[in-house]
Design a protein around this ligand. Structure first.
Ligand code: HEM
Length: 434
């Protein structure tokens, strides 16, 4: 740890175990104990420097993209799933090219065209909720966000194809976790080894996606369609070049991977927090009944503060860089510690409390509230995710009467690279949804 910011001397394995047990607490505790820039050690990844103060976060997010590589850092974990052309795993010029192609379909105004679809999928899913008995909400929110992504992003509407697509995604999702979490598993250890099973599920999913791309290209009038795949088929880069099929595949899988579990988990947390804060829930219900969206928007922001679905975002230094008072060597991983920042008393007084009022002016500081990361890597789907969360949450609150199964907050559990409620946000619905 010579020359690196302070940190615990505990063995890497022990640090990884305490991180996995309680990632929110782990990062917040480190910030309180070691300061705003600290070092941790994990197996496989080695030393990682975390920053947890807005000016340091700003230095990382606005640092030169050719020095602060995000793609390389993300690729360590995600490349087997997303591929070499993914906006998440690229850096420099190739990253900017993909990002510029991908941004327009997710622009604030464009996404509003999916509003009706989101509401329709939500109402349909709510019909399957049990009444008067405990159930976990997260699988339901995930079915909604998946239904939305398959239609709004991929433009699939045929029932038989939707069913097949969902099975393939499900299989892929089941196989991918172990591969992303444990790089040493990426080895051919026989037909039934995790790696080979993963490769087979990826191949089957890819086959479906390439089929969809071929069919869409051949479809007369696809230029008029408003799903993301059709929009991307018409997208051109600065040299007038269209996206290749492999680029399309990698970006679509990226959006699928980055977009539906995250939003579903955010929604599950929103309900987990709301049912344990009945006064906030009542206020939200009243504000919606009065036709206001302000408190709803603030509730979504406060959920992502108190329970950030992703706790940290990574950059890998391509050259030595100064961050705060530290000269960090090339090769160092530097991570804004989202969770530690969101629990700073000076930025968010009484951080343990769930208080949407903090965000009632609609604004959130770019370097203090960072559930979507920042800079030239800020989440492309941020506007879409917040919009989707607002619409779905409004349906839940307006149409269903939900309460907690027990008073104790749900523990935070690491699932792939996200933080989810350990019991899936268990609730009871008092009577059938209106
Ligand atoms: C609550 C839901 C979501 C959360 C918490 C979330 C969070 C994040 C975070 C933390 C990053 C990394 C940013 C960085 O490195 O600075 C990211 C990147 C990204 N997200 Fe999201 N995301 C969500 C939903 C979505 C959705 C719905 C989509 C697509 C429709 C999406 C697409 C992406 C893409 C493409 C990137 C890569 C951007 C780049 O590297 O240039 N995300 N997201």
């Amino acid at each position: 740890m010579e020359g690196l910011p302070p940190g615990s001397r505990a063995p890497a394995g022990a640090q990884a175990v305490s991180y996995t047990r309680d990632p929110l607490g782990f990062l917040a505790r480190h910030q309180r104990r070691f300061g705003d820039i600290f070092t941790v050690r994990f197996p496989f990844f080695g030393h990682i420097v975390y920053v947890a103060r807005p000016d340091l976060v700003k230095a990382v997010f606005t640092g030169s993209p050719s020095v602060f590589h995000a793609g390389e850092a993300n690729a360590t974990v995600l490349e087997p799933a997303l591929g070499p052309n993914s906006v998440l795993t690229l850096d420099g010029e190739p990253h900017m090219r993909q990002r510029k192609l991908l941004l327009p379909p997710f622009h604030g105004e464009r996404i509003q065209r999916y509003g009706e679809l989101i509401v329709e999928m939500t109402r349909k899913e709510m019909e399957s909720w049990p009444v008067g008995e405990p159930f976990a909400l997260r699988p339901h929110t995930q079915r909604i966000t998946l239904a939305v992504i398959m239609r709004a992003v991929f433009g699939v509407h045929d029932e038989a194809r939707l069913e097949r697509f969902e099975r393939l995604i499900d299989d892929f999702a089941r196989r991918v976790g172990v591969i992303t979490s444990f790089p040493f598993m990426r080895r051919d250890l026989g037909r039934w080894s995790p790696w080979n099973r993963f490769l087979r599920s990826r191949e089957a999913l890819d086959e479906f996606i390439y089929e969809e791309i071929r069919m869409r290209r051949a479809e007369p009038g696809h230029e008029e369609r408003d799903d993301v795949l059709s929009l991307l088929l018409g997208a051109r880069d600065e040299d007038g070049a269209a996206m290749s099929d492999t680029e399309l595949r990698d970006e679509l899988v990226t959006v699928l991977g980055a977009g539906h579990e995250t939003t579903a988990t955010g929604l599950a947390w929103a309900v987990e927090r709301l049912v344990r804060n009945p006064a906030v829930l009542a206020k939200l219900r009243d504000s919606i009944a009065a036709g206001s969206e302000e408190y709803l928007g603030a509730t979504v922001k406060e959920t992502l503060r108190a329970r950030p679905v992703i706790v940290d975002v990574a950059r890998k230094l391509k050259a030595p860089a100064r961050v705060g008072e530290w000269d960090l060597p090339a090769g160092t991983f530097v991570l804004p510690a989202i969770a530690a920042l969101h629990y700073r008393e000076d930025l968010f007084p009484a951080p343990e409390e769930f208080r949407p009022e903090r965000f009632l002016d609609g604004k959130a500081d770019n370097y203090a509230w960072i559930p979507f990361g920042g800079g030239v890597r800020r989440c492309i789907g941020a506007a879409f995710a917040e919009y989707e969360m607002r619409l779905i949450l409004r349906e839940f609150v307006e149409r269903a009467e939900l309460r907690a199964v027990d008073e104790k907050p749900e523990r935070v559990k690491v699932r792939n690279i996200t933080l989810t409620p350990a019991r899936g946000a268990r609730v009871i619905q008092a009577s059938a949804a209106a």
